[in-house]
Design a protein around this ligand. Structure first.
Ligand code: ADP
Ligand code: MG
Length: 699
């Protein structure tokens, strides 16, 4: 038996508590920020910077604008404010252009320190405010003017770090500075020379140094560019390798795809396909005919006609003797797909099987048998499809609708019900291209970018709460003309129960006081599936004039005669949700309307409503959403697998993202498993960074 020597942890792996000036107490605080070792500390990037390099004459100071001043200390005095029990230290300081007061609160050591500088020069930084005696600066940071070359907070571009309780800017600056002094030389370059040359990137040590304490604006820009590039590059490299693994695996099903196979299907449709639909069906056919498994994302705005595209792929699979499955996120949507696709495939003699968690035990048993025997050629369902007891006989195609509702794992789970089936992911979430490159970097992407002909653009109006009665009058007029209406009740995020209650109250109020003579029904998430289905049937069949609903109708519901979507308290909804809700109308021959009733209290809220009024283009809305809310919050992308970025900004750094993607895919083309010597450091870094979210299986 060999005795293992304890490993001495050195260099960047050094525990942060051993960095000079840290110790156990501060280390615990840093741990809370995810900083455990020196490497983490180096990657704890400043959130912003203040340029304190320019000295501003006192005369030019403006309230609210942070500035540095170089001043002579005239006098210092300390007072105790009797009311607030506060110790106030005041210094009068001047330069050639004027006098100003600097004030500190409860900093008992300031007076003794400052008194030594009377009649000497200091440099101070802070934000002037209007006080009793004109402008003054509260709690400025300061240093002796002769001494500023080593200052971390004066006369330089100063990093402002994200903090947590118990950690101050001054301490984190000192800690990072100490760590740089001692460990910066341990930072090793990981990017290959050819990339550094091609993109004119500065080396990693220089970048790390300058991202924390920039020597100049130019040095900072170069450092940030280098680090943003690297962050994207590693991510894109991981995706490129993953994608290479997928395409290198030729154990997929090579379906026979001929005109013969799909002819009957296309001829049976009541409409002709749009050019866009034809193109994406071509993409899909090409993928399906290859022995490499298909992994394709089909993006298309609400109402663009994705269902028929999925049906075409299903026909190809079935005619080749395989089973196909569609997984939808809600029962309503699964049922609707079931109805629509049953009709589409009727003439071909294909009868889909529906599987949701709400069908009876006996029904489920029957469905399960049909699925495992292979008699069920098409199975349509919810996540009930990926339960353990479901065994497909020969699953060849897995279609996943409305991807943003499912996590990555559920996508994989359905795929694993077959043996290398082709996968088609459909989403109405118009993911901006930049985000798609990052989130779905390993999928191929097809886009349906036109709506079926003859659709009239939906007119969107923003009305305030006190215009509600006008809205209701307009609704009544359209009902009299034979149209149907959705009214979506205010969003309550906290609980499904409260949401159902709010929906009930609104429905009762409208039924009793506003539309007593009309047929009005309620639909919400807490109702029994059979009840929901019955109400949807009645609505589809025109037996209901007004459907009061929660967001359960957000996804996919298709009733062409419904042409008004009224959203109550629209300011509570996100842009993505509003867009989805609006997508429920505008599906028939009639002019459709979306009415957003909202009294937003914030600028952001007003922005969102204006975007909705201005455009119906889902991609534009998604870009705006990303801009208004920032990438972290975008469409709940956190669940859908978007890795958190430390320094890169998906919006601002699009160009760098694209550069890095091009370079990463090119590199993987020539060295797919990063086996070359020049790529060893990269390889190590990628394994370290991404093994936790299973992006990489480096062969
Ligand atoms: P989504 O992309 O939102 O899932 P659907 O597949 O539900 O859209 O299609 C929306 C509506 O458009 C459906 O009623 C469908 O029958 C109709 N549709 C689809 N393609 C065409 C087309 N090429 N021409 C006319 N109508 C179409
Ligand atoms: Mg759909």
């Amino acid at each position: 038996m060999s005795v293992q020597k304890p490993v001495r942890i050195t260099g960047l792996d050094t525990d942060v508590k051993f960095v000079k000036g840290v110790g156990d107490r501060l280390a615990k605080i840093l741990n809370r920020l995810g900083v455990f070792n020196v490497r983490d500390l180096f990657m704890h990037y400043p959130g912003r910077y203040e340029d304190r390099t320019k000295i501003c004459p006192i005369y030019n100071l403006r309230a609210g604008e942070p500035a540095s001043i170089q001043v002579n200390v005239l006098a210092v005095e300390e007072k105790r404010s009797p009311k607030a029990h506060m110790l106030i230290t005041k210094a009068a300081v001047c330069d050639d252009s004027g006098i100003i007061y600097l004030t500190w609160f409860n900093q008992s050591y300031i007076k003794n320190k400052l008194i030594k500088f009377v009649n000497k020069e200091i440099i101070a930084f802070g934000t002037p405010q209007v006080g009793i005696k004109g402008l003054e600066i509260n709690n400025p940071e300061w240093e002796e003017a002769g001494n500023i070359s080593d200052s971390l907070s004066i006369n330089r571009i100063v990093p402002i770090y994200p903090l947590t309780d118990g950690l101050h800017q001054g301490s984190i600056r000192r800690i990072v500075h100490q760590a740089l002094d001692k460990y910066l030389h341990d930072v090793e370059e990981i990017l290959p020379d050819e990339i550094l040359d091609k993109r004119d990137l500065i080396d990693l040590q220089c970048a790390v140094g300058n991202i924390h304490f920039p020597e100049s604006k130019e040095a900072f820009d170069a450092a940030r560019y280098r680090l943003v590039y690297e962050e994207f590059f590693l991510l894109q490299l991981a995706l490129a390798i993953k994608k290479h693994n997928i395409t290198a695996d030729t154990n997929g099903i090579a379906f026979k795809v001929t005109e013969e196979i799909t002819k009957d299907f296309f001829e049976s449709l009541p409409f002709t396909l749009t050019n866009s639909q034809r193109c994406v069906i071509n993409d899909i056919s090409r993928d399906m005919s290859r022995s490499v498994s298909m992994n394709r994302l089909l993006q298309g705005d609400v109402g663009s006609g994705k269902t028929v595209v999925a049906a075409a792929a299903i026909v190809i699979a079935i005619k080749n003797g395989y089973q196909a499955a569609i997984m939808a996120p809600t029962e309503i949507l699964a049922e609707q797909h079931y109805n629509v696709i049953s009709k589409m495939l009727e003439k071909l003699g294909i009868k889909p099987v529906l599987l949701t968690s709400s069908i009876t035990a006996a029904g489920k048993r029957k469905a399960r048998d049909l699925i495992s025997s292979g008699e069920a050629q098409v199975v349509i369902g919810t996540h009930a499809l990926i339960q353990d007891d479901i065994d497909f006989n020969k699953l060849g195609l897995a279609v996943i609708d409305e991807q943003h509702r499912f996590g990555v794992l559920q996508r994989v789970a359905l795929k694993e019900k077959g043996w290398n089936p082709d996968v088609l992911v459909m989403t109405a979430t118009p993911i901006p291209r930049t985000l798609a490159l990052t989130v779905y970097g390993d999928l191929d992407i097809s886009v349906i970018d036109e709506l079926p002909p003859g659709r009239k653009p939906i007119r969107t109006h923003w009305k305030t709460g006190n215009q509600r009665n006008h809205v209701y009058q307009a609704v009544r007029k359209l009902v009299n003309e034979g149209r149907q209406i959705y009214i979506v009740c205010p969003l309550i995020e906290e609980s499904e129960k409260l949401q159902a209650k709010a929906a009930k109250e609104l429905a009762e109020h409208l039924a009793n006081n506003v539309f007593p003579d009309l047929e009005l029904q309620l639909l919400h998430g807490q109702m029994k599936p059979a009840e929901k289905e019955e109400i949807m049937r009645q609505f589809r069949d025109g037996e209901i004039n007004i459907l009061v609903s929660t967001t359960v109708i957000e996804v996919g519901v298709d009733v062409p005669n419904a042409c008004v979507m009224v959203v109550e308290d629209a300011e509570r909804f996100g842009l993505a949700q509003l867009h989805q809700l609006r997508g429920r109308v505008g599906r028939g021959e009639h002019q459709s309307f979306c009415v957003l009733i909202a009294d937003p209290k914030t600028e952001e809220g007003r922005d969102r409503l204006n975007v909705m009024v201005r455009t119906t283009n889902g991609f534009e809305i998604a870009e705006e959403d990303l801009r208004i809310r920032g990438p972290g919050e975008f469409y709940g992308t956190r669940q859908s697998g978007i890795p958190s970025l430390r320094i890169a900004n998906i919006l601002r750094d699009v160009d760098i993202l694209e550069q890095s993607r091009e370079d990463a895919f090119e590199l993987v083309k020539s060295d797919s498993y990063l086996k070359k010597d020049a790529h060893q450091k990269l390889r190590k870094e990628i394994v370290k960074r991404f093994n936790s979210f299973e992006l990489v299986s480096l062969g």
